[in-house]
Design a protein around this ligand. Sequence first.
Ligand SMILES: C[S@@+](CC[C@H](N)C(=O)[O-])C[C@H]1O[C@@H](n2cnc3c(N)ncnc32)[C@H](O)[C@@H]1O
Length: 510
Amino acid sequence: MNTYDEIPYPSLVYTDTHPSKLAALAMLFGLKPPVVASCRVLELGCGDGTNIIAIAQSLPQASLLGIDFSAQQIAKGQAMIEAIKLANLTLKQLDFNDVDASLGEFDYIIAHGVYSWVPEEMQDTVLEMIQRHLAPNGIAYISYNVYPGWYLENVVRDMMLYHTQQLPDHLPFSDLMRQAKGIVRFLANLRQEGNEAFDLLLQEKSLQLETLQDNYLDHDLLEKENHPVYFHQFIKQADQHGLAYVTDIEFRHYLMLSFPDDVVEAMAELFQEDFLKKEQYLDFFYNRTLRRSLLCHQDISIHREVDWEAILSCYLAAFLPADKTPANERDEESVQFKKADGELITVKQPLVQVALTCLTRLYPQWVSFESLFQYVCTQLPQPDQDLSILQEAFAQELLALYNREAIELQAESFPFVTRPSIYPIASPLARFLASQGEEPLINLRCEFIELSAIGRALLPHLNGKNSRQALLIILKKWLKKQKMKTEQPLRTLLDKTLLEIAQCALLVKT
Ligand SMILES: C[S@@+](CC[C@H](N)C(=O)[O-])C[C@H]1O[C@@H](n2cnc3c(N)ncnc32)[C@H](O)[C@@H]1O
C-alpha cells in the first residue's frame, strides 16, 4: 500500500507558492512571467490538494491541475472540490512515472515537498516533467532539502529510524511516533548538563519534536525516501534538464546580512561574482536545510540584481502599526513601525511613513504601487517636485522594506472584501472547512487563519442568502445552544464578528 494512503500528509497551504507571488518575485529578476489571472497551474505531488484548492479559489479564471499517486489523498481533495463546487481545478491520481505529453503545458508549476521525498532516480523525473510541461515563459517553484543543514537533521533521523526498527512489527502508529520522539527526549535528558555541540543539538531537536504532528513527523524526519542534496548539485542537475535558477523565496534573508566591510570583501573573494557560488557559500554559512527555488527555461534572460522598476507594476500589502515611541529623541522626524515578529523598522522619509500607515489601514487588502504613489503624492508639502525622481526614490525605499520582509508583493491582485455587505458571502472553502469543524481555516490570501469560535459558527451561514436579521437569529440560537452569555447587545456582537471575518480576508467580492 502507498504510505501516503496509509498515513496521509497533513493538509497544508503555502502562500508563497501562489502564482501571483511567484510572478512578482520573477519580475524583480527581470523575467516577464505569464499573466496570472488566466494562467495554467500544475501542482506535482499535491497530496489532498489543499494548497492548489486555495489557489484555484483565488483565481476563478485560471485552470489548474494537481496530481498525486495517493488514491486516498486525491479522493479527499476531490470530495472537497465537489463540496465547494470549484470548477477550475482537477485533481488526478497519477504516478509521475506515468505522466506523458497529454498532461499539457503550464504557466506555473509547483512542486513542494516532493523532490527530496522520492527515490533518487525519480528526482530526475521530477525535473524532466518540469522542463517538458513548463510554458516557454513559465515559472516553476520547487522545494528541496539541502546540505549541510540536513547532516545535523540526519543525526536525529538515523537515531529515530534505528530505534523504531528495533520495535515489534505492527505497533500502532501513535505508539511508533511516541517511541521515535521518546528516544530523542531520553538521550536529551541524559545529556542535559552537557555543553558540547551534540548536547545542544539533542536539546533543540527534542524540543522541536514535541511540537510536530505525528503524520508530519512520519513523512518528514522518518520518511524512508529522503535525499537531501547540496545546492550546487541541485543546480547542476537542473541544468542537465535545461532549467535555470532564478532565485529563492528566501532571497531576502540574504540581503538582510549586514557584515563589516572587510567581511564583505572576504566574501566577494570567495564568490568571485559568481552568484551560484555565493548561494552555495551562504548555505554553508546558514547551515541551511531547505531551499524553495524558482526555475525557468534556460533561454530566458535573468537579471542578477533586483530590478527596481519591476515594483511599479506590483501590488503591495503590509501590516506595520506605528510604534508610539519616537525612533530617536534627537530625530523626531523618524517613525518606528512594528513588524509582526516584533522587529522595529525606522522610517525617515515622510512619504514612506504615509504609505505604511495607508497600507496598514487597508490591510489585508492589496494596493497597487500606482495608486499608493498617487495617494502619497497628494500629501506632498511641495506638489511641484519632479515626480519621476520621487517615484524612483519611493520605489527603492519600498523595495528596501520588501527586502526586510516588512511588506509583501504580488504581481496581480485578486479581490476579496474587508467590509461585510448586507448579505455577506464567505469563501466556499472556508465555509466548508468551518462546517467540518476544521481549524485553522484558509482565507482568500491562501493563508491559514485563526477565527473566534463565534466566527467559525457563523461562517457556514455566510452564503449570500442570509440577511443581518437572519444571521442575528442564527447567532442567538448558537449562543443558546452553547449556553453562552454575552454582555454586549447581539447586534453589536454580530457586527464585530462579521468585521472580524472580513478582516481575515474570508469574504468574497460580489
Ligand atoms: C511530502 S508529501 C508533500 C505533499 C504536498 N506537496 C505538501 O507539501 O504539503 C509528498 C507527496 O508526493 C506524492 N508522491 C510521491 N511520489 C509520487 C509519485 N511517484 N507520483 C505521484 N505522486 C507522488 C505523495 O503521495 C505525497 O502526497
